[in-house]
Design a protein around this ligand. Structure first.
Ligand code: RB5
Length: 149
């Protein structure tokens, strides 16, 4: 699997932990930045990851800011993205099973490294269940279409 990953300055330290963790599991990583703790704007990096996913450069994406909230709001503005801010493994499992999440969002300043790695592992390895959940995703897609110009 190929994963695009990006962050702002608040997510940089956690990104540097998650990238080698992904590589250990034979995941190909596309790192879209930022590449230091110098202050940047999270919408710029959320958009880079989201477009890597919708443009086919990666199958799924991981986006990280300080809380995860701002970058999660950002990525979910991109049609086709189902970005999930997860703070525990249960959320990671259910957002794959029920929401077919294609972007995991983490808050680098609100969770520890080991919990973040566990969340990533569950999110990577849990399949989508389909069935009634696909009907609900189709309704989300219909909402995107309703508000797209
Ligand atoms: C940056 O200071 C911070 O606002 C950002 O990382 C994130 O937490 C926003 O939601």
């Amino acid at each position: 699997m190929k994963i695009a990953i990006g962050c702002d300055h608040g997510g940089f330290d956690l990104k540097q932990v998650i990238i080698p963790f992904l590589k250990e599991q034979s995941v190909d990583v596309v790192d879209v930045g930022t590449y230091s703790t110098e202050s940047v704007d999270y919408p710029d990096y959320g958009l880079k990851v989201a477009e890597a996913v919708t443009g086919g450069k990666a199958e799924r994406g991981i986006a990280i800011c300080g809380t995860g909230v701002g970058i999660c709001i950002t990525v979910n503005k991109v049609p086709g993205i189902r970005g999930s801010l997860c703070t525990n493994e249960y959320m990671a499992e259910l957002t794959r099973r029920h929401n077919d999440s294609n972007m995991l969002v983490l808050g680098g300043r609100v969770i520890g490294d080991e919990l973040a790695k566990n969340i990533v592992k569950v999110w990577l390895n849990t399949p989508f269940e389909g069935g009634r959940h696909q009907r609900r995703l189709d309704k989300i897609t219909a909402i995107e279409k309703k508000y797209s110009k």
